[in-house]
Design a protein around this ligand. Structure first.
Ligand code: FPP
Length: 227
């Protein structure tokens, strides 16, 4: 079966998952974090090379502070346990405007990236305080500040100024929670991506659902190749 080389996940529906059970939204995020780890592991097992997970958008900052704090705690807890990633040959990447995070958290992110930089099995990329437009603006500002040679600037050279430098374009975007929007996720990198959405809330998103998305991707790709 043809697999995407790079898959993106918009992990939506944690809040509704919790509400349906009469639980606080932050418990939905905790369950979402468990689903994220299982999903990343399954991508790796399947042989997908890169996956990017939209865990916190630039817009999510506007949420009530207790919800934002609960999410930040989950990211911190994840960063405390990177030994497993090392043993599984997983490379960690963090993309987004990381200046939002505390010095301590940023240090942990950098340490995790450095400690796993040589791992080649699977790239697990977390989009944190990420926005596609923000990423493009950030790239343009750098281009101007660093005095870029405009005649040599093509799409590939521009890509090197994006947070995702070194990662291939995303081939498939999977969104849970029923919405059919891209929501400012990888807007440059998803120019040719297939899009798949499911009504399932992210905490309930498991292997079966991912298999379904991948089968549909393979099918669409096959039709494409046949033309
Ligand atoms: C959107 O659903 C989801 C988020 C804002 C957070 C996503 C974060 C995770 C799944 C946890 C990731 C954890 C780690 C360790 C990387 P929503 O809460 O807006 O859902 P709703 O639309 O039902 O309200």
């Amino acid at each position: 079966m043809i697999l995407p080389t790079h898959i993106g996940f918009i992990m939506d529906g944690n809040g509704r998952w919790a509400k349906k059970r009469g639980l606080p939204r932050k418990l939905g995020h905790r369950e979402g974090a468990k689903a994220f780890k299982k999903c990343a592991d399954y991508c790796r097992e399947l042989g997908i090379q890169h996956a990017t997970f939209y865990a916190f958008s630039t817009e999510n900052q506007k949420r009530p502070s207790d919800e934002v704090e609960a999410l930040l705690r989950l990211f911190d807890e994840y960063l405390d346990d990177i030994r497993e990633m090392k043993s599984k040959n997983v490379r960690l990447r963090f993309i987004g405007d990381l200046s939002f995070f505390s010095d301590k958290t940023r240090e942990k992110m950098l340490e995790a990236e450095n400690a796993t930089a040589k791992n080649t099995g699977f790239t697990c990329c977390l989009a944190l305080n990420y926005g596609g437009r923000d990423e493009i603006l950030h790239a343009v500002r750098r281009l101007v500040t660093e005095g870029c040679n405009l005649s040599a600037l093509d799409e590939s050279a521009f890509g090197d100024f994006l947070y995702t430098k070194g990662l291939p374009d995303v081939d498939l975007i999977v969104r849970t929670g029923g919405e059919q929007r891209l929501s400012n996720f990888l807007i440059w990198q998803a120019a040719y991506a297939e899009y798949y959405y499911t009504d399932t809330f992210f905490p309930d998103f498991g292997k079966k659902e991912l298999d379904k998305a991948l089968a549909e991707f393979a099918e669409r790709n096959r039709r494409f190749g046949g033309l």
